[in-house]
Design a protein around this ligand. Structure first.
Ligand SMILES: [Mn+2]
Length: 330
């Protein structure tokens, strides 16, 4: 994997860096941003983070979060570079309305749909953006201390569904192995990220299971969490990541959708497709201004529940139909 040389030069020559990630940051975004910032600071650089304050409680063990800024007035007027992490497009980033002056724009991302909007782009399709951050920190000769390891493991573990998804490669495991060196144990973080839930989160999970529908002879799963249900169980932050994957655990589902009504008539849609089928759910998310990967993508739909269902369910059935007739054989 080739890291553009210019990135090392910009970081080497610069002193002040601004790090951004996407809206509604997940474990990969928060972990990658934190690890990158800590690594740059180990090289004597000054780092500011500007991040969406809506961060899931389960990520609260990452101390770097306390340094995240949410108020643009706290930022410097000028940086040597802004680094976009885990953002498939510039628009998807959580950024101040009035961006400080940044001499360079660096992009570190792993989304297939990323077209390279930076001056310098380290964009490769990997399991997690955290893999790219690890490679970059190694390349820069940055220190990877215990907290940085925790952040990187969080990134890898989050975006690979605890190393279960098809985006896991030998590189993902090699990096995870390197993080485990010196008898470092990540079991508590794994449990925290993937199995522990609060009562409200578990009830929300139950509501999602309860709403599960199958379409297209069981090949398409559809789960809906309406606004009143989300409110009842404490808000959208109590919808854990694994809710998006409930549909995928049902046989013989190959495409699943989770529709969350985060505000009245505003639906955040998460799409999944099962490997090894050649189905790219980002085709659908892109039609609605979203983005993502072949097997995990997202977008926002504005409209009534009926409008959302009428648009989405037939579209997913068509996606499956277009993938070919032999799909049920394997
Ligand atoms: Mn990611």
């Amino acid at each position: 994997m080739k890291i553009p040389e210019k990135i090392g030069q910009i970081i080497g020559a610069g002193q002040d860096f601004l790090i951004l990630a996407h809206n509604h940051p997940d474990g990969d975004a928060v972990g990658s941003v934190s690890a990158l910032g800590r690594g740059l600071k180990s090289l004597g650089k000054h780092v500011d983070y500007y991040m969406d304050p809506e961060i899931e409680d389960k990520l609260g063990f990452i101390d770097e979060i306390e340094l995240f800024k949410h108020d643009a007035s706290q930022l410097a007027p000028k940086y040597d570079a802004v680094i976009y992490v885990d953002c498939s497009t510039k628009d998807y980033a959580y950024a101040p309305e009035q961006m400080p002056e940044c001499a360079n724009t660096i992009v570190v991302d792993h989304h297939k749909s990323n077209e390279g909007y930076g001056d310098e782009n380290f964009v490769e399709i990997t399991g997690a953006a955290g893999e790219l951050v690890y490679l970059l920190l190694k390349d820069l000769g940055a220190e990877i201390d215990d907290d940085t390891k925790d952040a990187l493991f969080t990134a890898l573990s989050s975006d690979t569904g605890s190393f279960q998804f098809s985006n896991v490669t030998s590189q993902t495991h090699r990096i995870a192995a390197a993080l485990h060196e010196n008898d470092k144990i990540f079991s508590p973080i794994s449990k925290r990220l993937h199995s522990e839930k609060s009562y409200a989160q578990m009830k929300m999970y139950g509501e999602a299971v309860h709403s599960l529908e199958l379409h297209d002879d069981g090949q398409v799963a559809f789960i809906e969490l309406p606004y009143n249900v989300i409110r009842k169980w404490g808000g959208a932050l109590n919808i854990t990541d694994d809710v998006s994957n409930i549909g995928m655990s049902v046989i013989p589902v190959i495409v699943s959708a989770l529709a969350k009504e985060t505000e009245p008539d505003v639906w955040r849609i998460s799409l999944r497709s099962k490997s090894p089928y050649d189905i790219d759910v980002s085709e659908v998310s892109l039609e609605y201004g979203g983005g993502g990967h072949q097997r995990a993508a997202g977008c926002t739909f504005e409209g009534t529940e009926q409008e959302m269902r009428d648009a989405l369910i037939p579209r997913l059935e068509r996606l499956v139909a277009e993938a070919g007739e032999d799909i049920c054989e394997s």
